[in-house]
Design a protein around this ligand. Structure first.
Ligand SMILES: [Zn+2]
Ligand SMILES: [Zn+2]
Length: 352
């Protein structure tokens, strides 16, 4: 950005999505072109926002990205209404949600098509809207200061690869957001096989406090083992290689995974709902925590874990996995790599 006679001039920098592709219009990329179109306006607004407030905006943006990317907020709305109704009835006769004669047992609460449409549309809006904002904020606006924020400051993905990532990312998003649509539709129209519960003391306070770490460790360890499995030569060749095309991942890489693999991971994350009683609020807090770190870990930005997360590796941990392949298979608990087959490396960005 330069100043000329008191007027602000914004130079275009970084990867832009404005160039025409060989085949012309591409709906997947059109979604991100707004960052090109409004870069100057965004920059003009941003200069009035103090740095600390800008950082808060970024954190909020990542949180909205995490909570909305797969359309799970529709499930939350359904469970919130169930929660309110069950508490208003004061859990008459101590019945569980599945035994209740509440509105969700009537099978008339919206079609599958309706839930899937809302889930997929909202997830695309968030992927392109918030993903585009993060791209602009770091990869365009602060591109010339990459040593201050980037895990691999000297290396950027080519524009072709970035477009490839957004195309695969948006295709796989269709798979997982459709799955969220099916789950929310089922929760709103029966849901008797979902073991989510709504009253804090329904399964005792001991289980209430134990379930969060148990569910979190179960999901994370299974995802870690699955990730290792996808690194076996044939599995790698057929499925996982696609995700490893991106050696300098960005926030868009979070769903740029082969549809079979992303569905596999999504089923692991959803499985506790069918296996053990989990309070619905805790279940979604854990899910959003996992989504949040999925974005942080792929952002390519040197985000650090907070003091209250001693189990959580910094973003550089998974960035190193993309750069060096056969290291750091874990996601949200770094000890899995140490206690299974130790392949841990954490290279500070200065050594890269
Ligand atoms: Zn991998
Ligand atoms: Zn990855």
């Amino acid at each position: 950005m330069t100043y000329n006679n008191g007027k602000i001039q914004v130079e275009k920098k970084g990867i832009t999505f404005g160039e025409k592709l060989n085949n012309g219009y591409n709906p997947m990329i059109e979604g991100v072109r707004w960052t090109d179109r409004y870069a100057m306006q965004l920059e003009k607004i941003w200069q009035y926002i103090p740095n600390w407030l800008g950082q808060i905006f970024v954190a909020i943006a990542v949180f909205i990205f995490a909570s909305g990317i797969q359309g799970d907020w529709i499930s939350i709305v359904v469970h919130l209404f169930k929660h309110i109704e069950l508490h208003n009835q004061n859990y008459v006769q101590n019945e569980t949600a599945a035994e209740s004669s509440g509105w969700w047992t009537k099978d008339k609460n919206g079609s599958l098509l309706f839930f899937m449409t809302v889930a997929t549309t909202s997830s695309y809006a968030i992927y392109f809207g918030i993903g585009g904002f993060l791209h602009w904020f770091y990869y365009v606006r602060q591109r010339d200061k990459s040593h201050e924020w980037k895990c691999q400051p000297e290396k950027f993905m080519s524009p072709e690869l970035e477009r490839h990532e957004i195309m695969i990312g948006s295709l796989s998003l269709m798979v997982v957001s459709s799955m969220s649509g099916i789950i929310s539709w089922y929760a709103a129209n029966d849901g008797r096989y979902l073991k989510l519960y709504y009253r804090l003391d329904e399964y005792g306070y001991v289980w209430l406090f134990l379930q969060a770490p148990i569910v979190f460790m179960y999901q994370d360890y299974l995802t870690y083992l699955t990730h290792r499995f996808y690194h076996y030569p044939l599995m790698y060749k057929w499925f996982h290689k696609l995700h490893h095309k991106y050696k300098q991942p960005t926030a868009f890489s979070v769903s740029a995974i082969h549809p079979v693999e992303i569905l596999n991971v999504q089923l692991i994350l959803a499985s506790p709902m069918l296996l053990v009683p989990v309070h619905w609020i805790l279940f979604y807090i854990i899910l959003f925590y996992t989504y949040y770190h999925g974005i942080i870990d792929h952002s390519g930005i040197t985000f650090k874990a907070y003091w209250w997360q001693p189990w959580q590796p910094d973003a550089i941990f998974h960035d190193n996995h993309h750069q060096y392949f056969h290291v750091n298979y874990g996601f949200n608990i770094f000890i899995w790599d140490k206690v299974t087959i130790d392949t841990t490396i954490i290279l500070p960005k200065e050594q890269l």
